[in-house]
Design a protein around this ligand. Sequence first.
Ligand code: DCP
Ligand code: MG
Length: 633
Amino acid sequence: MGETSSGDRPWQSYHTAYTNAKAGMEGVDKEKVQRIIYEMSKGSKYFENEKRKEAFIKQKIESLRAQRAKLTEKDISHFQMIVNKRILELDGSRDLSKIWLHTDMDAFYAAVETLENPLLKGKPLAVGGMSMICTASYEARKYGVRAAMPGFIARKLCPELIFVPTNFGKYTYYSEKTRNVFSKYDPDYIATSLDEAYLEITEICKQRSISSEEVAAELRNTIYQETGLTCSVGVAPNRMLAKVCSDINKPNGQFILPNDRDAVMTFISSLPIRKVGGIGKVTEQILREVLGISTCTEILQKGALLHALFSHCSTDFFLCVGLGIGGTDAPQQKMRKSISSERTFVATDDESLLFQKLVDLAETLSNDMQKEGLLGRNLTLKLKTASFEVRTRAISLQKYVNSKEDILIYASKLLKAELPVRLRLLGLRLSHFHDDNHNPLGPTQKTLTSFLHISESIPSIINSVHLNSSDVQIMGGGTSSSTNESHGFQCELNDILESNQLFVSNEGNVTSSEIQAEYSNKECQSKCKGKEDLTNIVDFSDRKRAASSRDSSRPFWIDDYICSVCGIEIPTNFIEERQEHLDYHLAQMLQKEECRSLTFSSPLEKSRTKKQKSSSGKQAKYIPIDAFFKKKT
Ligand code: DCP
Ligand code: MG
């Protein structure tokens, strides 16, 4: 964002969520849009926050460049051998037996509003308000107007823009209608937001002896008949490619990629990496500026360097992208780990308004939990302040809950502790599920839950800097991730493929990793403010840093996968488990500080506590945590 680096045209290097093109923004005068956005947001809190993030990424890029410069020819040819072997393995594991379809409604909220008010048809339309818009019609996108942009900037870009306020009830109603259609093609469809879903259509193609192209056309037509709305569809051998494909002929179009290796390799070869889900703004910038990678083919060409600089999991993820390999597993194998809901609104410190938002969120979350027949025990409140600082506050409950009332009791406590505060986003997440029909949790999760049961702790409130990889997302749908018994403690390809994370390697002589240090260091939490885009870079594990972080008594990952407190091994791609695991230790620590009579701790902490001659009079029921985390042999 450099006023210094770009001389008299500083906006040229000003890249934010607003300046990224979405479907329908081809041909937009990007420089004009960038300049207006730059000029209008300059000096604002958003701008300041973007500047902080930018500086942080630059630092990361410099550090990676320095690591790269240290690599010798010998190192590189060694890594090349390893990567060549890995590419062969991954290519050999390629599954071309499934047909996946990704469907995405066109300008969803705007289309619903237009459907209900035909006078809006063909007009540049934004759904949202002056502080933020959720989406824009394709007519408005021609002016550079897009989702997540403040309305006042959008109006400057397109003075005749019509604003319509959001109405989530309507969007949910139409979303339900589309889901009824999806379930006819695949009863186990995976909905990833109100307007997007993945369907596996292998069986239906076979049963009805029709091509995937015909299924796609029929599905789009049925959705139109049922809702009056259009969607775009992509079909491919895996979900990663299907999503890329659904964007190609947007709006109201479809693109079919055949289940053929050559077709996939040709398709992927010139694809910009940013088109791939999981490669966001930050990852794109790092790969481009450190390694000169912009397309998927370049990923394969630079495989040795990727291996040298990033963790195994990240390198595997990148190589899979380069090979066009994505998730193909059946949805039954996937298990939800958490359900969340969030809302962005005009920044306010009006407590009654904030509590009203919380009531709405609790209701949505409760409905979603009950629909899935789930009960949860960890409640997380997410807040984004007026100055774009993202915080999370978590609480471990004594019982499993899913009712609106229960959620609200604890969510209100969490929010109260933050007041007074001026917020622009609130979110609620329930995790640590208990499901009567089946236990959706893997061994790790199960044992952690067992431990929490036994602890009989009072609700423990923890604070953590929340780092979220996505750009501004207004409607948070449920999130899901998978864990199952067979994973053991290794990185599984499908998890890697679902993972949106970028992990920097701890291998060899890799130098310091700033984020881990900041992340694990209490006083640095304030420095992390506003880094919500940067989770893409978490869990660095330079040994020296690790050692110094240990001094701060904050939990962190040794060698990128071993918990510094209890020794449990959780691979990098088990994102939610890792987050919850650290949350849990942080909660433990806070509890120890706040409520010494209820101390329960890991052996490591126990010995530390002993050394410090804890003033704790009585030890509460104490179960060594490692008893619950025995690594399977
Ligand atoms: N949405 C939001 N905030 C965002 C992005 C999206 O509230 N930052 C909402 C409004 C969108 C809906 O989610 O209508 C679906 O998001 P999409 O990214 O699919 O965008 P659209 O459906 O609006 O447009 P399209 O899919 O045609 O690009
Ligand atoms: Mg859409």
